[in-house]
Design a protein around this ligand. Structure first.
Ligand code: MRU
Length: 343
């Protein structure tokens, strides 16, 4: 079914992170950016899981969209319910920290069970995956609108990792706020932190911001404090992978350090995230599972060795920023004022 259906449009920057085409999923391979802008076809749910694990598709909202398409594909391709259950388990455990992934899988499963005996089941699952995709794009736009007023009319914003169009099915979260403010005429400079170990800030944020015509300057992560101390930063804005009930935020490793620096220098610290990133099953940040990734991400850059081959590496991919370090959380629905809110 669905051979002629395609879904997923190119954004204003003329790229798309993911789309459904010819009964397959096509993604922009983010591991190749900024050197190559290459789209690859994923033919089954296993290839989608592999793409999520290898960060060919990444960013919490986009992982959720990819997972929804993976469940739709698994339903079409698995021969029985046992195979489907194995597939769902593989999809759900592809990456543990971004709650958007399990949120999307659980939403797909409700439809799977409701229509498990219906001839319509697979079409309904594909429709739902497309809805999740569209919903994400709409949430991105609303986040941008809800947050743009927080940015200065003329000034400088710091961001971390990539919380842009590349991380979502739409225009981004933190970067959507920057795009909306920019389009409304605000004169903004953006400092993008490189984001060690695998440089989402340098490879992805610098790429998409320059492509959109923003005034972006790249810095290494360890320069952030110096810039704040010089009074060069008006506010920091980042994304999130999971937000606990008490508004503790899991985001890319290094976010916590930036939040402490921001507090020390009296710089507002904003988090932008869709409602699908909130987890009402975790009371606080200590309950959020932090993904541990391969030490080779730190020991090597591609095939180039940057540390002794056998040195022990500790490589948590995310950290927790406690709510008391946050000024506000910008969502698609509202602005949540937190402990550091100063009006
Ligand atoms: O490991 P990644 O690249 O998936 O990490 C991404 C981040 O930490 C983003 O800041 C977060 O997912 C928010 S993206 C809108």
């Amino acid at each position: 079914m669905g051979n002629n259906i395609s879904h997923g449009t190119f954004n204003t920057m003329n790229f798309t992170t993911i789309r459904w085409v010819d009964n397959e999923v096509e993604i922009l391979d983010q591991t190749l950016l900024p050197t190559l802008e290459k789209y690859v076809r994923l033919h089954n749910y296993r290839e989608i899981v592999a793409a999520i694990k290898s960060l060919q598709v990444r960013g919490a909202p986009l992982i959720g969209v990819a997972a929804a398409y993976a469940v739709a594909m698994a339903a079409m391709q698995c021969r029985n319910k046992v195979e489907f259950a194995v597939a769902v388990n593989d999809i759900k455990s592809a990456r543990p920290t971004a709650v958007n992934l399990s949120w999307a899988v659980e939403r797909m499963l409700i439809t799977y069970h409701a229509f498990s005996e219906s001839p319509d089941r697979n079409r309904r699952l594909l429709d739902l995956a497309m809805q999740i995709h569209d919903q994400d794009a709409r949430m991105c736009d609303r986040i941008g609108i809800n947050g743009m007023g927080l940015l200065p009319a003329i000034g400088t914003v710091m961001t971390y990792c990539n919380a842009g169009a590349l991380a979502t099915g739409g225009s981004g979260t933190a970067l959507s706020v920057i795009y909306q403010a920019f389009r409304s005429g605000k004169k903004l400079g953006v400092y993008a932190c490189e984001t060690r170990p695998i440089l989402q800030g340098a490879r992805l944020t610098a790429w998409e911001l320059s492509r959109e015509g923003l005034d972006v300057t790249l810095i290494t992560d360890n320069m952030a404090g110096y810039l704040m101390a010089q009074g060069m930063i008006n506010c920091v804005i980042v994304g999130a992978d999971r937000i606990a009930i008490n508004y503790d935020v899991a985001n890319k490793i290094g976010t916590y350090s930036l939040a402490i620096l921001a507090k020390e220098h009296n710089v507002p610290f904003y988090v932008a995230a869709p409602t699908t990133t909130f987890d009402n099953r975790v009371a606080s940040g200590v309950d959020i599972e932090i993904e541990q990734r391969s030490g080779d991400e730190v020991r090597r850059w591609g095939s180039y060795r940057t540390a002794p081959e056998t040195v022990r590496v500790y490589n948590p991919a995310f950290d927790i920023t406690p709510n008391h370090l946050i000024s506000a959380i910008i969502t698609d629905r509202e602005l949540i004022k937190c402990a550091r809110w100063s009006g």
